[in-house]
Design a protein around this ligand. Structure first.
Ligand code: 48F
Length: 263
């Protein structure tokens, strides 16, 4: 039979539409496919929750591909190595007492994403989150649009997905929380009620606080990864990724508990 181009087009349109329709009512909607968001998505989908990630860029991985200054290796401390092991990512000890491990940034990014997809996560790349859906002081969904629409400034109205919980995994820019702060005019669950803001680099403190700051930042929305430190006001850490992985694991645990309580 000759290759039928229309069949190819039809297959793509139908399958993508099915995928998008199945993401209209999510348990968890994650904004950003960096390391923290992807790790969180994996644990949530593995537990059976309908989980999707919306990523602005064509590529997944956020800041992980680039390692440090495009030297595409990442460093993970021994606390975070457990997660690399769980994903089956090769971690090579760097010093004699095995406190630091290196991993290939490309392997780490692709394996985490592949395992997440295989666990059932729906990844939507090239889609930007431009707003949230709220009901009575609680976030309950996302307003999404194609990234090229955002980039070109075309006047095209977005679509909406609903979610029991949302995760802001947008990294340094902490974009979703900034939208809530700007538009809702209500106190966030931070000490000042506002986004506390990211501080300059102090890796040791930042690694610990990334995990501590992983929590609900406004009813219905949790922050993870660098967005957690930016929201709750801690330091950046540079190309050390253990805190990102552990933060992703923690936010998944916290949301799983909430989802169990809600049923
Ligand atoms: O920045 P990013 O990798 O976030 P992360 O998981 O990890 C931070 C580290 O990469 C590194 C670091 C520590 O080691 O400091 O920077 O906290 O990934 C964030 C992703 O979110 C996407 C963005 O394109 C990136 O891939 N993103 C940001 N805003 C939006 C978005 C948005 N409004 N809609 C969709 N995606």
């Amino acid at each position: 039979m000759p290759l039928d181009e229309l069949m190819v087009s039809q297959a793509i349109i139908e399958r993508f539409t099915e995928k998008l329709k199945s993401a209209l009512r999510l348990d968890v909607a994650i904004v950003g496919a960096g390391p923290s968001g992807m790790v969180a998505s994996y644990y949530l989908a593995q537990a059976g929750y309908n989980t999707a990630i919306f990523e602005r860029k064509l590529s997944i991985g956020g800041g992980m591909w680039g390692g440090g200054m495009m030297f595409n290796q990442i460093v993970v401390q021994k606390e975070g190595k457990r997660i690399l092991d769980e994903f089956g990512i090769k971690a090579v000890p760097y010093n004699d007492n095995e406190e630091y491990f290196t991993a290939d940034a490309v392997e780490a990014t692709t394996v985490i994403c592949a395992k997440a997809c295989q666990a059932g996560v729906k990844v939507f790349n090239c889609i930007s989150v431009e707003d949230v859906v709220v009901r009575e002081g609680r976030v309950c969904g996302l307003v999404i649009n194609w990234s090229p629409v955002e980039m070109t400034g075309l006047h095209v109205d977005p679509l909406v997905v609903r979610a029991q919980y949302v995760i802001d995994a947008t990294g340094h820019t902490t974009e979703v929380m900034k939208i809530i702060e700007r538009k809702m005019g209500e106190r966030l669950l931070t000490p000042s009620g506002k986004i506390e803001g990211e501080k300059s680099l102090w890796a040791e403190i930042a690694e610990t606080t990334t995990v501590e700051n992983t929590k609900e930042a406004y009813p219905g929305i949790f922050v993870t990864g660098m967005a957690a430190n930016a929201t709750f006001g801690s330091y950046r850490m540079g190309p050390i990724f253990g805190g990102m992985l552990l933060s992703g694991e923690k936010v998944a645990q916290l949301i799983k508990q909430r989802l169990v309580e809600r049923t």
